[in-house]
Design a protein around this ligand. Sequence first.
Ligand SMILES: CCCCC/C=C/CC(=O)SCCNC(=O)CCNC(=O)[C@H](O)C(C)(C)COP(=O)(O)OP(=O)(O)OC[C@H]1O[C@@H](n2cnc3c(N)ncnc32)[C@H](O)[C@@H]1OP(=O)(O)O
Length: 363
Amino acid sequence: MSKTAMGASQKDFESAVNQMKLLKKDPGNEVKLKLYAHYKQATEGPCNTPKPGVFDLINKAKWDAWNALGNLPKETARQNYVDLVSGLSSSSDSSSQVKPEADRKQAGYETLVMTSEDGITKIMLNRPTKMNALTTQMYQEIMLALEAASKDDSTITVLTGNGSYFSSGNDLTNFVISPDELEERARRGAILLRDFVGCFIDFPKPLVAVVNGPAVGISVTILRLFDLVYASDRATFHTPFSHLGQTPEACSSYTFPSLMGPAKAAEMLIFGKKLTAAEACARGLVTEVFPDSTFQKEVWTRLKAYSKLPRNALRISKQMIRNHEKEKLHAINAEESRILQERWQSDECMNAIMNFLSRKAKL
Ligand SMILES: CCCCC/C=C/CC(=O)SCCNC(=O)CCNC(=O)[C@H](O)C(C)(C)COP(=O)(O)OP(=O)(O)OC[C@H]1O[C@@H](n2cnc3c(N)ncnc32)[C@H](O)[C@@H]1OP(=O)(O)O
């Protein structure tokens, strides 16, 4: 950020406002909220309008963002706005630069880093500051990445997270929408969820989860569709669906009871009990737990050795193990997505999400 001692002039501010209108790439809801709040603060001062109702989600999120700036001086808000816009412009400039040929990173993903090396394609969730919470864009990019990995010449595909979390599950701001959009967004969300989980059910090669830290929600339930799950002893496994007014997904209403028995599954899926990595391993959800200090080294050494095994034999064996229940899993996935479509429109779900967004509730 380029703060000057004098702060941004009115001219700099107006030019940043104009620059925003020319921005080609959508900066995402969080940045848009920050820009909105600083614009209002810079032009009108502290928040001066009544708080919108709890179901007016978009206006409430905007109001919260503006109100959170308190008595921030107009000049500081103006400078922050200019800095935000200049950060956006420079990142969109740099994203258009040609990447060096030697770079093994596969281009085209904004929320993931995808690399292929030593017979292993690695898909890394890359929103570390948001605990790798899964945005709509991220679900779509993961599906594209899985499709590419299923066709490339690697032997094994790995999903992992960048930073301290594996993933904090569905990004709750996916639900920041106005009431009149709710029904349509819930319908589209259910289709996206069904397609997303479907990609894991059908994935043809050995799929490995390298669970580098805590996992929440769908990033836990999806694990039963992987062939190996390696976890750091720092990882935890938490499915707080009832707390969020929601219900299980990723086929877990069937796979968890069959894996750990209905009583243990209920403890997780109905009552939201958080498991340690050792507990998740004892319940069969995790293949093996490693000390965090040696986790990356041990896991990648193991995977590199596995990736040298005959590719077709691995693939066929995986399919033999998985094919028996594929059809059933697709049917369960469709039904869970349908039920969630209803849940997302419920007051219980809306209230839980608003509580999180207004920081009244954390897990
Ligand atoms: C197509 C739709 C498919 C839908 C499929 C449905 C899936 C169901 C689920 O996945 S349910 C699980 C949903 N996840 C949660 O409820 C987790 C919510 N997050 C938290 O409770 C906490 O953030 C935490 C415990 C994960 C981490 O707490 P900590 O104090 O360590 O860190 P912060 O809270 O300060 O988090 C840092 C920033 O990251 C943002 N963030 C984290 N997780 C999420 C999330 N799931 N959704 C949205 N945002 C998230 C958090 O808001 C902080 O952002 P900020 O720095 O801008 O304040």
